[in-house]
Design a protein around this ligand. Structure first.
Ligand SMILES: Cc1cc2nc3c(=O)[nH]c(=O)nc-3n(C[C@H](O)[C@H](O)[C@H](O)COP(=O)(O)O)c2cc1C
Length: 199
């Protein structure tokens, strides 16, 4: 199983990174690439539409380029982000905007023609995991899930898993959260069943 784990919080050992870590503990045999967006130099989508017209990949070349290439090769992508102002934080949003380039060139035309599945450049069968940490209670953010699922399916991921930890404020809060460790364990078992225990 090939995994790319992308963290985005300025708190490098904060709750969202720890949530991703709990999941990775259950996937010890995976071939793993990690990126910490806070350390990278990149911008979000520039809206040039080259990926709709002339290019099969995002033409912007910066530190997000290898992240996008690895995501396109991985079975599982983990995006671990804190919730800032009811959304993933800015660095994560800028990366996700670049997922625009995963859509097939004729995505919009084919959808308008009634195609049922989202036309994508990604190979089928990929899972994206959103590991989200926030201060408000877990129930509060159910409204985010539908939007995030829709965005990720639209870009070509076959499955979207949301691992969300509420009532997490100080960076140490997560360490006493057996409930989240259990959820991460269950999700790891699902991924092992989906892709096999080894690469
Ligand atoms: C700028 C900023 C905005 C935040 N906005 C929200 C918010 O809208 N909703 C929420 O529940 N928590 C919010 N929080 C709290 C963080 O989501 C929470 O502390 C989270 O556990 C941080 O994860 P991290 O340790 O991975 O950075 C905010 C924190 C900061 C610093």
């Amino acid at each position: 199983m090939k995994i790319v784990c992308v963290t985005s919080s300025p708190r490098v050992n904060g709750n969202s990174a720890a949530l991703a870590g709990m999941l990775l503990e259950g996937l010890p045999d995976a071939e793993l690439r990690r990126y910490h967006l806070w350390d990278l130099q990149f911008k979000g989508c520039r809206g040039c539409m080259a990926c709709r017209k002339t290019s099969e990949i995002c033409v912007a070349r910066d530190d997000a380029s290898p992240v996008l290439e690895d995501i396109a090769r991985a079975d599982v992508t983990i995006l671990a982000s804190p919730i800032y102002l009811h959304a993933v934080n800015g660095e994560m949003k800028s990366l996700v905007d670049r997922f625009f380039s995963f859509m097939a060139k004729d995505h919009f035309r084919r959808l308008a023609a009634g195609e049922m599945y989202f036309p994508t450049r990604l190979a089928t069968g990929k899972t994206i995991v959103l590991a989200l940490a926030h201060g408000r209670p877990a129930d509060f953010y159910h409204f985010l899930d539908a939007a995030l699922r829709d965005i990720m399916l639209d870009k070509g991921f076959s499955a979207v898993e949301i691992l969300r930890g509420g009532l997490l404020n100080s960076a140490r809060d997560i360490h006493s959260r057996e409930d989240l460790r259990e959820k991460a364990r269950e999700l790891a078992a699902t991924l092992r069943a989906r892709y096999g225990a080894t690469a």
